[in-house]
Write a new protein. Sequence first.
Lengths: 213, 133
Amino acid sequence: MGLLTELKSSISRATSSLFAGSEPKRIGIYGPPNAGKTTLANRIARDWTGDAIGPESHVPHETRRARRKENVEIKRNGKSVTIDVVDTPGVTTKVDYKEFLEHDIEKDDAVRRSREATEGVAEAMHWLREDVDGVIYVLDATEDPFTQVNTMLIGIIESQDLPVLIFANKIDLEEASVQRISNAFPQHETVPLSALEGDNMDEVYDKIAEYFG
Amino acid sequence: MPEITTDDDGEGLGDGIQIDMISAERMQDMRTMEKIRLILDGVHDGNIVILEEGLEPEEESKLIEVTMSEINPDGFTGIEIETYPGGDSGDSGFLGRLMGKDEPNKLTVIGPANRIETLHKDETLISTLITRT
């Protein structure tokens, strides 16, 4: 990016931030497939609005469209922070419909799901470039964080100068390692949690208020 | 500048696997979509593409988007791409870039998802398995 473009972009961000007033920040929940993004989005939405955002599943790419829950008001330490939660499809560089067949899905349905998944990933990338004010990056703490998708996504988020929190999800599982994620991305704060069990959600909400308030 | 070519059947030479090593110099004057087409055209032909200097984050984002649009059920299933993880980039925000502290892009390997498999990856080593089919 050229210096002038960079300067223009920074001034634009600063100006929009100054005049944003109490506009809710759009916080995108990003991460690879099956990290628990929708489970987290539902947990946040249920805790503060009583409604869910979308269906959760162990089948990858269950979320194939970005879904938004608006005006989620999170109250912390006497203050309140209002955000729009955007649950995005898991980002990947490859989609093979045959993976769906392993989950007892018929071929026609698998092909349709794979096509929708590719559209969903493209949509998620577009949201990241254009339409979010901050990012919660969700990782499965039982998995190796040194993947290309994680490296690229964190790089893209950093290049946009977006505030980012890394959530090490699934700490209720025995093989989870929060330290491995902290080591992989030492430049960002890592918050451990289990979105499924609701473990450590107090710290999660403290950090959301601190970073995105 | 000569074009990168492959043999007639687009499957590399004989039983081998074609590897295109593209210099930073070749990429430096290209627009984003020209880079993406250069990469994806090679990958569609079954080649492994190695970039001396990787893509900018915005270009990587576009590469993912274009790749997704070209996936089809009975053919192209996407790409495998590997580059080294970034280091501590705490100073690479706007001021960091203004002061010229941007990290140089790193060597990047890209191939068809059904032909390249990452065996191991950490901050200093990428180990991949490349197969013919």
